[in-house]
Design a protein around this ligand. Structure first.
Ligand SMILES: Cc1cc2nc3c(=O)[nH]c(=O)nc-3n(C[C@H](O)[C@H](O)[C@H](O)COP(=O)(O)O)c2cc1C
Length: 366
């Protein structure tokens, strides 16, 4: 049951959107998207931990408006909120990644495109030629594969490379087991490399690197043809340090939306520690658990420069194709804008400089 929806959708909030999307798609595919690892503690903590910090209202800032716009990778974006790279678009919607990038263009944002995208990279780029996107690499032990994928991405116009380091093995996701769901989906960009080579799909999958070193980052930089390289899946300050010292151009704080290691701290809890370690040497991208404009505000105030959203984008895609994706961004941008006015912050730089109220200590952060 693939969606072919295309058109305006009404969104109350991103939580109600999840429920609506679940009614439109097979249980197995939906569980694959929505679920997390094991007891889903980290999945829930990612969302709930935003409640540990509060935004102090300020109606005496004399604002006459608030501006959410930022510039990132040379592109002016409607807000600092972008689309996280995700496999599985083709399990959900007939137009797959092409609808998502079209929605990104309509919303004035940019898209992360996965190694496991359901459509060829050049076709994704051609679906919305003026929309910026970057390529996410699942690195292989076969450097021929890595070079092939990065060359394809550069040729198709990617603005950056994102190396994901937190998914060397898939997390233990029990929803897939409960639903007897065997994730199997065409990944044409990967298939193209293996075409004509006598290697099975599972042998190809087994070539994926399971753990990473500084040398891997240096190697990816050496073949990135001048594109910036971000390292995604950082949850520890020490890992951030290794990545920065290896030459990473950006740190992507993420717990993969709670899909990998269950029981790990939420990404929002780790963000200030990583920001302290990075100390503004490179930009910080943040994802995992963003469901509200106020979450975006709190992550920016805790050290992030750019905020990525995962699952809700796929829910918008299921319900409304490119217009559904746009609607998700309109909703988050509306909520962020409202929060900024109520907090008395007129632009994103002021949001980043905000001190939040820490519920545990009952103090304003220093
Ligand atoms: C269905 C699905 C597929 C994903 N595929 C990838 C992927 O191919 N590469 C990657 O780096 N991250 C992948 N992710 C993780 C996202 O990039 C992102 O880190 C996560 O979804 C953020 O959490 P959120 O869904 O709570 O916003 C995937 C996430 C989901 C939900």
């Amino acid at each position: 049951m693939l969606s072919n929806a295309e058109g305006l959708i009404k969104i109350i909030n991103l939580e109600t959107l999840e429920k609506e999307a679940s009614d439109k798609i097979d249980r197995g595919a939906f569980g694959y998207v929505q679920g997390g690892a094991e007891d889903e503690l980290t999945l829930r903590a990612n969302i709930e931990s935003f409640n540990k910090k509060q935004i102090i209202p300020n109606g005496l800032a004399g604002l006459d408006g608030a501006d959410t716009k930022v510039t990132f990778l040379g592109a002016e974006l409607a807000s600092p909120i972008i689309i996280a790279p995700m496999a599985a678009h083709g399990l959900l919607h007939e137009v797959a990644d092409k609808a998502t990038i079209t929605g990104a263009g309509k919303a004035g944002t940019m898209m992360g495109v996965s190694t496991y995208a359901s459509v060829m990279l050049d076709q994704i780029a051609a679906a919305s030629p003026n929309t910026p996107w970057f390529f996410q690499l699942y690195m292989s032990r076969d450097n021929g594969f890595n070079e092939h994928m990065i060359s394809k991405a550069v040729k198709a116009g990617a603005k950056a490379i994102v190396l994901t380091i937190d998914a060397g093995v898939p997390g233990n996701r029990e929803s897939d087991k409960k639903n007897n769901y065997n994730y199997s989906m065409a990944t044409p960009n990967v298939a193209e490399y293996y075409e004509g080579k006598s290697i099975t799909h599972s042998e190809a999958r087994a070539m994926r690197k399971i753990s990473f070193t500084a040398e891997d980052i240096q190697y990816i930089k050496s073949i990135s043809q001048g594109l910036l390289v971000f390292v995604k899946g950082i949850q520890a300050p020490e890992a951030a340090e290794i990545a920065v010292q290896a030459g990473a151009d950006g740190i992507w704080v993420s717990s993969h939306g709670g899909r990998q290691m269950d029981g790990s701290p939420s990404s929002f809890d780790m963000l200030p520690l990583i920001a302290k370690q990075v100390n503004k040497r490179v930009p910080i991208i943040f994802d995992s658990g963003i469901r509200r404009g106020s979450h975006v505000f709190k992550a920016l105030a805790s050290g992030a420069d750019i905020i990525a959203v995962g699952r809700p984008v796929l829910y918008g895609l299921i319900l409304g194709g490119s217009e559904g994706v746009k609607a998700v961004f309109d909703q988050l941008n509306y909520e962020l804008h409202t929060t900024m006015i109520l907090a008395g912050k007129k632009n994103i730089d002021e949001v980043k400089a905000t001190k939040l109220f820490d519920v545990a200590t009952q103090q304003i952060e220093k």
